[in-house]
Ligand binder design. Structure first.
Ligand SMILES: Cc1cc2nc3c(=O)[nH]c(=O)nc-3n(C[C@H](O)[C@H](O)[C@H](O)COP(=O)(O)OP(=O)(O)OC[C@H]3O[C@@H](n4cnc5c(N)ncnc54)[C@H](O)[C@@H]3O)c2cc1C
Length: 474
């Protein structure tokens, strides 16, 4: 043990290898605190060569390891089993190149999503994927999870905005997959990496697509008496052929939590739900589209429709929406933020089911979701010290995801499978499909050292390596 730690210290410097229990505490879970496991050490490399050298040492010593960005993941992804090592990307935060003409930038994996946006905005450019966690989550974590966000309804998820990735394989080899300038007919290794939840390589650089900032944006906020009406209006907008950039719903519990927090945005507290619709493009077009959408919204009898027609108002609305996850933290000591998908036409049905679950379990469930993508995020507040309640929470989560599958959807839209959803993989995918995924992964991660136990169903006994919160909390 001490031997490999000494070697890691020699690579990154002693103060960048953390082993004291107080420091390790911060790395024992991600934002899904249902799972916890303290690593043996956390290593903070400064550059890609240090990452490669560390991985070689870990490979040689046969120590399991995982990369970690900001730890905002919501499926238990950035955890290692006891004895394992976390490679934290917090020191790899450089934007290495911005090529405004080519429409791309090269970044290190620890660059925070919103920071890239801030740096390219003066050039009239932006990086489109905007997870609600974008003020803290990293581009490496976003790529590993293929993260979505409000604007991804129009622009697509992270994988559509990563042109190339430089990656350290499980044995320490450095590879570059993809290219910013040309397309290839060969097997898309870049695509295989994105969304693989850190199980096929450690991303050490990304070439990301930058797109022009829109000349005009119009944001509408419609207040409805119920979530069902808000969802029905979403279907009407899309089936009318409109292509807004974002279609986001928040229910009353979420609105109240936002208004009681530092993210308060003047949202209507009497509404059963609000729908935020944003359109972008050239001014003439956006105003025309916004007027057409307003017309559709009126057919669903909204309580009112407001236009966020100044940058300040628009920023306030989005601050409220993107801060909602944090604001909901007030509702209980612990949160379980779920992630499931249904066809958009089934949104009303799945939300009715979520409210039935809330009624029958007496759990405190708030809802905010990417309605355009049919991507729901029931937010369950609970107390992890209450083991019985934890069982109820986990069971409710499983039932909601099973209902998503029954309605033709998926167990994950953007948070990944991680540790959380493994037990449902075999309900979404056939045994053959799972075997093919495992075989493909094995080519790049043959000894299962790289982020073991994530994504695909674990062998019997492996799950015990990661303690459920209620077991370790006693
Ligand atoms: C309040 C809140 C709101 C959120 N909103 C959204 C949202 O709108 N959309 C969305 O998609 N998600 C959302 N999330 C989930 C989370 O923010 C995303 O999954 C995000 O991409 C994780 O980034 P991170 O840097 O925190 O990664 P981490 O949590 O540190 O890691 C996530 C996974 O990526 C792997 N990883 C990290 N860095 C690397 C690397 N360099 N190389 C290889 N693998 C790596 C880890 O091993 C782990 O498996 C939200 C989370 C919170 C807490």
């Amino acid at each position: 043990m001490n031997d490999f730690l000494a070697q890691l210290r020699a690579v990154v410097g002693a103060r960048f290898v953390l082993t004291d229990p107080a420091s390790l505490l911060a790395y024992e879970s991600d934002a899904l605190t249902l799972f916890r496991c303290q690593p043996a050490a956390v290593v903070l490399p400064e550059n890609k060569l240090q990452v490669a050298a560390c991985v070689k040492i870990l490979h040689q010593a046969q120590i399991p390891f995982a990369a970690r960005g900001a730890g905002t993941g919501l499926s238990g992804g950035a955890l290692v089993p006891a004895g394992g090592v976390i490679l934290a990307m917090a020191r790899m935060r450089r934007i290495l190149e911005i090529n405004a003409d080519g429409g791309w930038a090269v970044v290190e994996p620890g660059v925070v999503n919103a920071e890239l946006g801030r740096q390219v905005a003066p050039l009239g450019l932006r990086y489109a994927p905007d997870p609600a966690s974008q003020t803290v989550s990293t581009l490496g974590g976003n790529a590993a999870e293929n993260s979505g966000g409000p604007q991804c309804f129009l622009h697509g998820t992270t994988s559509q905005h990563i042109l190339a990735a430089e990656v350290v394989l499980a044995d320490g080899r450095l590879q570059t997959w993809g290219t910013p300038t040309t397309f290839s007919d060969a097997l898309d290794l870049r695509g295989f990496l994105l969304g693989s939840e850190g199980t096929v390589g450690v991303i050490v650089a990304l070439t990301v697509r930058l797109i022009p900032s829109p000349p005009s944006i119009v944001t509408l906020m419609a207040a409805f008496d119920s979530v069902a009406t808000a969802c029905a209006s979403v279907s009407s907008i899309v089936s009318a052929g409109q292509q807004p950039v974002a279609l986001e719903v928040m229910d009353q519990k979420t609105i109240h939590a936002v208004e009681a927090s530092v993210y308060r945005a003047g949202l209507p507290k009497d509404a059963g739900a609000i729908l935020i619709v944003e359109v972008e493009g050239v001014a003439e077009r956006t105003h025309k589209d916004a007027a057409a959408i307003e017309e559709i919204l009126r057919q669903h009898n909204p309580m009112r429709i407001e236009k966020a027609d100044t940058p300040a108002k628009r920023i306030a609305v989005w601050k409220g929406r993107k801060g909602a996850g944090g604001a909901l933290g007030q509702l209980g000591p612990d949160s379980f933020v779920m992630d499931g998908v249904v066809p958009r036409s089934k949104l009303v049905e799945i939300m009715d089911f979520v409210y039935e679950i809330e009624q029958s379990t007496q759990l405190n469930i708030a809802n905010l979701f990417h309605a355009g993508d049919g991507n729901i995020h029931p937010h369950i507040s609970y107390d992890a010290r209450n083991a019985e309640q934890v069982e109820v929470v986990e069971d409710a989560g499983t039932r909601i995801l099973r209902k998503c599958l029954e309605l033709g959807g998926s167990i994950t839209g953007e948070h990944g499978v991680g540790l959380e959803k493994q037990h449902l993989m075999a309900e979404q995918f056939s045994a053959d499909e799972i075997q093919i995924m495992a075989a493909l992964r094995e080519v790049l991660n043959p000894q299962n050292l790289l982020n073991p136990g994530k994504g695909l169903p674990m062998k019997r006994g492996c799950a015990e390596a990661f303690h459920r919160h209620h077991r370790s909390a006693t």
